[in-house]
Design a protein around this ligand. Sequence first.
Ligand code: CP3
Length: 332
Amino acid sequence: MGILKECINKKVTSSIPIWFMRQAGRYLPEFRKIRSENSNFIELCLNPTLSKEITIQPLRRFQIDAAIIFSDILLVPYSLGQDVVFEKGLGPKLGKLDFDKISNISDDEILEKLKPIYDLIKLVSNDKIMKNKDLIGFIGATWTLLVYMLNRQSPKKINNGIYTNPKIDQIIEKIIHCQKLHIKNQVLNGASIIQIFDSWAGLASEDQLEKYIYRTTKELVEYTKNLGVEVICFPRGIKSYKKYCDIVKPSAINIDYEVDPFKIAKDIKIPVQGGMDPKCLLLDKDEMLKNAKKYLDVFKDHNYIFNLGHGMIPETNPENVKILVNFVKDFR
Ligand code: CP3
């Protein structure tokens, strides 16, 4: 067990736990090299040897406390039989959603497609670099997956019309079923924490929050906790983090960079993760550390995990990451 888990369990840790969303990715030259030799992103995710290497690359460089598996939230729609491709510079593109095909797909077919991810988790968790570190598995939240599956690419806004599909409730139940299978198998193979990414939570109306976010996420949080594993939720851009926490009851909450951390520290009693704007890593060293210190000060009496308010951006200089990690590690 690592100090992330200790922190989430409200213990006093030897230092402030730190890791980064999108830490395994494009800002690292060693990742870009592998990526340039592997043009198919899904195939790369489903190659356990290479995805293990990418997962541990940031741990070789920085004193971070956790690895997050190199994978993608869109492998769930992929496992349900929807085509997913990642085009250079354009983001993900999904194929037509075939309701009947998705409803008829069996658990064995889903697990067959996702098996390389479980092999990757096994490989990473058995590597000695993971001693005293946590291994984070993840899923996209039901709402965010639904948005991608219906919209078929990253949305700018929500087209409410597409949610009137008469089979929507069946699709949602199938997504939840697949998410549970995926959570369970990640945990069985060695993931010690699960993070739920709800990247498009900020686009949901009040009605959609009730219908598609609170109920579905609460169900997945309960399911994960019953497996004996902590779950961190990231409902990016949600209007009320407090209401979300009161209803969904995650073990810890990741905040985005637009919310006021003072208000969060006052209103929310569970462990908090993240917050700093990823763009701060593009500033000069003093400015970057001033921003980091703000979060460390605000949350000094809280169980706090240092992270960002969204994923690391590709232009980030790894040297700045190193400076930031060392600063956080020396903070107490
Ligand atoms: O955090 C990590 O380093 C682990 C790996 C990880 C990836 N995607 C790898 C990836 C994780 C945790 C994700 C989550 C993910 N994927 C989210 C939720 C978090 C968030 O950023 O909001 C979402 C919405 C996706 C969907 C997705 N995948 C998009 C929109 C894109 C294209 C734009 C982008 O962010 O790069 C991807 C591709 C993707 N996923 C890449 C990586 C390293 C880039 C692939 C490339 O090299 O072209």
